[in-house]
Design a binder for this molecule. Structure first.
Ligand SMILES: Cc1cc2nc3c(=O)[nH]c(=O)nc-3n(C[C@H](O)[C@H](O)[C@H](O)COP(=O)(O)OP(=O)(O)OC[C@H]3O[C@@H](n4cnc5c(N)ncnc54)[C@H](O)[C@@H]3O)c2cc1C
Length: 461
């Protein structure tokens, strides 16, 4: 374990407003825990920043002592790069200020905010921007990888709504990045992950949303999966941008609207959200009910913030998780058959295969416009391996990997970097595709020594 000289640590603390945690300090173990319980690393030092100036201090300290650096936003990333072993963890989770200007419909959001924090502040004014579907996720990591959710077909990826960012770069400078200032950095931040600096705050465009939205779940028997999935695939190709429908196949959780004898059995669920007039949405979703003979449904008008938290109980912190992911431009028979085959042999009650539907506004941006280039991804599939004990690791990981291989022939190019695990570094150039070479050049400019390498790393070579 890296034992840093005491005098240096004291000097660092003296210039730091937030909390500095060493391995023996109370709170250290809690601070190093992240969403994925498979990650168990012990930083030499955790710097819980209270301000952008603290971030500068932390970056300079790491540089001086040549420490490995990790950056923690919401701590949700599956790869676990938020926490490093034996280095300096820059923890932004105390930086939670949010300012919403309802007149300009803009929000400035500090890097420690979760989606729940941001949604609550924006919805106080009937506003929102596209974010993900699990409210405990961090705004920072989600945004830097691209970000998509229920509103993305209507308003684009999260990065399509990013107006500017306040960044601490690898040399410890504080810079502003937008279309008009450091525009190359701004291009790289929109999909390039944590490669180019520590983002202290983000400025987003907001849109009128809700505050109530038509949303919910329709759950079908697994033996109707082929028909339901085929109809889902065709329906989602032509649905209006205001509507989003995702598919998840898994063992049924004990949801009160499902008959008890279905709990624990394989099901196919359609999750939907209509970001317009609920009465109009009711008409549009009616065909979904005819995709099969549903076990049950829970669809209605509810606060947007409630729908944003609907999946939280199934995605809580502390389980072991391993993911594999593909993008699809279209879901054909081959992909559907592979999904059904592997959903028929789920290795744990919590494993699932989900298809997030994007397209719409996300596809109307040129692939080279930002670092994130997968604009042809109409569907992002996540093979979500999730289980409780280490004894199940091998079986659950093998299931996810096997299915990944089986479904690969039907996938389109690219991959979503926010869904890559730590053993998928070879997929990074593939994930970026057309923008990778430019990202390498940008990395050489902003972080030539690769100080920020605990991420889906773009090497400056
Ligand atoms: C249950 C669950 C559901 C999800 N659903 C969705 C979804 O619907 N849509 C979607 O798009 N994604 C989704 N994701 C993926 C999510 O976007 C990524 O896991 C994302 O990286 C999480 O961000 P974070 O800040 O919580 O993570 P962290 O683990 O804290 O950060 C991830 C990485 O981002 C970088 N980083 C974080 N903060 C900063 C910063 N301030 N400055 C510079 N670099 C930084 C670092 O490299 C860090 O390792 C989901 C993830 C989970 C676990």
């Amino acid at each position: 374990m890296n034992r840093l000289p005491k005098a240096e640590i004291e000097d660092f603390k003296a210039h730091f407003q937030g909390d500095v945690l060493l391995p023996d300090d109370a709170g250290y173990d809690e601070a190093r825990q992240i969403w994925n319980a498979m990650i168990d690393r012990r930083p030499a030092l955790i710097a819980r920043c209270a301000s952008p100036d603290d971030v500068v201090q932390a970056v300079k300290f790491a540089r001086k002592d040549n420490l490995l650096v990790s950056i923690r936003g919401g701590g949700h990333n599956i790869a676990g790069n938020a926490v490093c072993h034996d280095g300096l963890m820059i923890d932004l989770s105390l930086m939670k200020s949010i300012q919403v200007d309802p007149n300009t419909r803009r929000a400035t959001v500090e890097a420690g905010c979760t989606l729940a924090d941001f949604d609550a502040a924006a919805q106080a004014h009937g506003l929102a921007t596209p974010l993900g579907i699990n409210s405990t996720t961090g705004v920072a990591g989600l945004t830097l990888g691209g970000g998509f959710g229920w509103l993305s077909r209507k308003y684009g990826m999260t990065i399509d709504n990013l107006l500017s960012a306040h960044v601490v770069t690898a040399d410890g400078s504080q810079v502003h990045a937008s279309e008009t200032e450091n525009d190359d950095l701004f291009w790289g931040l929109r999909g390039g992950g944590g490669n180019f600096g520590v983002v202290a705050s983000f400025e987003f465009q907001l849109h009128p949303v809700g505050p109530d939205v038509l949303s919910g779940l329709i759950v079908f028997p697994f033996d109707q999966a082929k028909s339901v999935l085929t109809q889902f695939a065709r329906f989602t190709e032509t649905m209006p941008d205001d509507l989003n429908v995702w598919m998840v196949t898994r063992k049924a959780p004990p949801l009160p609207f499902l008959p008890e004898d279905i709990h624990g059995k394989e099901i196919v669920a359609l999750a939907l959200c209509y970001a317009g007039d609920p009465a109009e949405g009711e008409k549009l979703i009616e065909p979904l009910r005819g995709f099969g003979t549903a076990h049950g449904e829970h669809v209605g008008v509810q606060p947007y913030t409630a729908w944003q938290q609907a999946f939280d109980p199934l995605l809580s912190k502390g389980a072991r998780n391993y993911w594999k992911s593909h993008n699809f431009s279209r879901l054909g028979d081959g992909a559907i058959d592979a999904i059904i085959e592997y959903a028929g042999k789920l290795p744990s009650p919590q494993c699932e295969i989900f298809i997030g539907t994007v397209g719409g506004q996300t596809a109307r941006v040129a692939p080279e416009a930002m670092a994130y280039s997968s604009r042809d991804a109409n569907y992002v599939m996540n093979v979500h391996g999730r289980w409780e004990s280490a004894a199940e690791d091998e079986r659950c990981i093998a299931w996810a990997r096997d299915f990944f291989v089986k479904s690969q022939p039907f996938a389109s190019g690219g991959a979503y970097i926010n869904f890559l695990t730590q053993d998928e570094t070879d997929r990074i150039p593939f994930a970026y595709g057309a923008t990778y070479d430019r990202l390498v050049e940008l990395k050489k400019k902003y972080d030539p020594t690769n100080l920020f390498r605990m991420n889906q790393n773009i090497k400056p070579v």
